[in-house]
Design a protein. Structure first.
Length: 58
C-alpha cells in the first residue's frame, strides 16, 4: 500500500495499492478488505505511459 487517506463525502478512506495483475487485486480485496465494516469497494485501474513513439511533422 503506497498511500491511505481519510476523506469526507461518499467515501471515508482512499488508498493507492499496487498489485502485479487483476487476480492479485481481487485477492487483496478478498483477504484484506473483507470485513463486516466494509460496505463497498471501488477499484479504479490506472496506468502510466513511460515511453511513446510518434511521428511528428510531414
Amino acid at each position: 500500500m503506497r498511500f491511505v487517506a481519510a476523506t469526507s463525502g461518499r467515501t471515508s478512506l482512499v488508498a493507492n495499492v499496487v498489485t502485479p495483475d487483476g487476480a492479485a487485486t481481487l485477492d487483496f480485496v478478498d483477504t484484506h478488505l473483507a470485513h463486516p465494516g466494509v460496505v463497498g469497494v471501488e477499484i479504479v485501474t490506472m496506468g502510466r505511459v513511460l515511453k511513446r513513439s510518434s511521428s511528428y511533422g510531414g
